[in-house]
Design a protein around this ligand. Sequence first.
Ligand code: FES
Length: 139
Amino acid sequence: MAAREAIVGTDSVPDESTFLFTVREVDTDTQREAILVRAGDGIAGWFNYCQHLTDVALDKGSGASMRDDEIVCVNHGAMFNADSGECTYGPCPGAVLESIDVTTDDGTVWLTETGYAFDHAGPIKTDPAALESSSNVQY
Ligand code: FES
């Protein structure tokens, strides 16, 4: 059985929006954002980026919103089936969100995706120092 790490209690996954969290790719130590969403009788996990512009998150930093049980990309309104990840409306027909493996038991959502570790709830935290100019221009 693969190792698993607790993400959050199942009760903390909202009914009409998504739970945003950050994972770390073990090999590269790279952080990535993902969301949990209620789908059918269970909970599904998706990496937090759109299939229309893949360098853009689905949300504005607080988890993707939902409409009629579908995940909505805030940027141009694409909608994705919460259970299958398939785009059902918008500029990326036929595209599918990238899944992240999770499972639930004992009232907890567990991360089971190979090669990833749970980092923290919420968006990727940016080091304020990293936001300072890295320009090589000297004045
Ligand atoms: S970036 Fe998501 S719909 Fe355009």
